[in-house]
Design a protein around this ligand. Structure first.
Ligand SMILES: [Zn+2]
Length: 443
């Protein structure tokens, strides 16, 4: 493994407990870990001159559906609300197979890497034509991002009153068996793990109450995390009240879906009592501002969540509802959106960057990531602030107000994933050609 000396960084936003910002320092990386931070350091490894760079921990993406990079900007789904949007896309997704899952994940992961992301979760909840979670894990190994794939699922098809077509749902016993298979095959609980698997029924409106309960028992038995969509919009809350006789937070609590090992995507419609429940139980939230705007779902009460002590991270969400996968762009959107309802002092650029890095790492249970400190994993983003976007900025470290939207260099576990703005771990041009050919075939 290559050792590195990141030399003379203009500014380092450490995201450590004290929120320290350092100027003109070096960072020495050895064996995938941050070994030393200071001035005048030496190393036998490769040197990166960071004099024009703001250096941050790698950004952490807490919610995605990588397979959707193959269905961006589908005409019938461009202007629909959540349920109509899903019904447009389900028949297209039903044609996917292993290759579609692999290529779309490669593209989605490379897009994340370019935007500074070093650790991402993924929520794959449909497995047509022999597709498996394994396909996306293979893609992540090649691209080189730290990966938390979650074994999603849908079990209530149209004929049972659910939303997805019957062809896309699975038997609940088969779902649980495959969860066990992928956890046993891929989950790594050790510090510095590159792959951690989670259990993730798609949403309360596409699986049964029994599966939600069984999934929670299984995850706790195996020591893995739980993830699903919750309280995404008004339709979602209305479904909960009509079918379960309670709000989404109550439903989650009743089925064992709160706790330090659980994180829910969206949570746009959480009320005050639900925010208190999440804070008390240490339940995490994946805030997906662009997707929430794109689908007209609303503005998640992130300021109230943070003030109450809820763990919040960011998610780009699937590329059929964003339709981009730029994580630093998502951080800027998060800060803008809180200001729409709460005023210009509702969220600072530095707080939004903290949510994007340390916040996401906490949501995913990664105490070893999300900050630049000795002993933490060497997941490091370097942002060149000598370009047009930063010219004239009085505070280049306020990256989200004025700054680049792509990294110059990116390290994950000490491996260089992006060099001079380009992903260098696999043949990106070839993957783009294949992705476009597959998209054309699906259309
Ligand atoms: Zn989602």
């Amino acid at each position: 493994m290559t050792d590195w000396l990141i030399r003379n960084a203009q500014t380092v936003l450490t995201m450590d407990d004290a929120g320290a910002e350092l100027s003109g320092v070096d960072i020495r990386v050895s064996d995938g870990v941050i070994a030393e931070i200071g001035t005048g350091l030496t190393s036998t490894g490769e040197v990166i001159d960071a004099a024009s760079c703001v250096v941050t921990p790698g950004l952490v993406n807490t919610h995605h559906h990588l397979y959707q990079t193959l269905t961006r900007a589908v005409p019938g789904g461009q202007d629909a609300l959540l349920f109509g949007w899903l019904q447009t896309l389900y028949p297209i997704w039903a044609k996917f197979g292993p290759e579609e899952m692999f290529i779309s994940a490669q593209i989605g992961l490379a897009e994340l890497a370019q935007s500074g992301c070093t650790l991402t979760s993924d929520h794959l909840y449909l497995y047509p034509n022999g597709a498996r979670l394994d396909d996306t894990i293979a893609a992540a190994r090649e691209v080189g991002l730290r990966f938390h794939p979650t074994r999603g699922s849908m079990s209530i098809g149209e004929s049972d009153g659910g939303l997805p077509p019957d062809a896309l749902v699975e038997r609940e016993s088969a779902i649980l068996e495959d969860c066990i298979r992928v956890i046993d095959a891929f989950h790594d609980a050790t510090e510095g793990a590159m792959v951690r698997v989670g259990v993730a029924p798609c949403s309360p409106f596409s699986v049964s109450r029994d599966l939600m309960r069984e999934a929670a028992l299984l995850a706790r038995d195996k020591g893995v995390m739980l993830h699903t969509h919750l309280a995404e919009n008004d339709e979602d809350v209305a479904y909960s009240q009509a079918h379960f006789g309670c709000r989404p937070g109550q439903y989650a609590e009743d089925l064992g879906w709160t706790g330090d090992d659980v994180w829910h995507a969206h949570c746009v419609k959480l009320d005050g009592a639900e925010i208190d429940l999440f804070a008390r139980s240490r339940t995490g939230v994946a805030h997906c501002p662009c997707s929430n705007c794109r689908l007209g779902s609303g503005i998640a009460p992130v300021r109230a969540m943070r003030d109450a002590g809820v763990k919040v991270g960011l998610g780009v969400d699937g590329s059929a509802s964003n339709d981009a996968g730029n994580l630093i762009g998502e951080a800027r959107q998060a800060l803008l959106l809180q200001r729409v309802t709460r005023g210009a002092d509702a969220m600072s650029a530095r707080e939004a960057m903290r949510i994007a890095t340390r916040g996401g790492a906490e949501v995913l249970g990664r105490q070893d990531c999300g900050q630049i400190a000795v002993g933490k994993r060497a997941d490091i983003a370097m942002w060149d602030v000598s370009g047009i976007e930063s010219a004239g900025s009085w505070d280049p470290a306020a990256l989200l107000l004025a700054g680049p939207t792509r990294v110059k260099h990116l390290l994950v576990e000490g491996r260089q994933i992006v060099r001079d703005g380009h992903v260098v771990t696999f043949d990106v041009s070839k993957a783009i050609r294949r992705q476009n050919a597959l998209a054309a075939r699906l259309a």
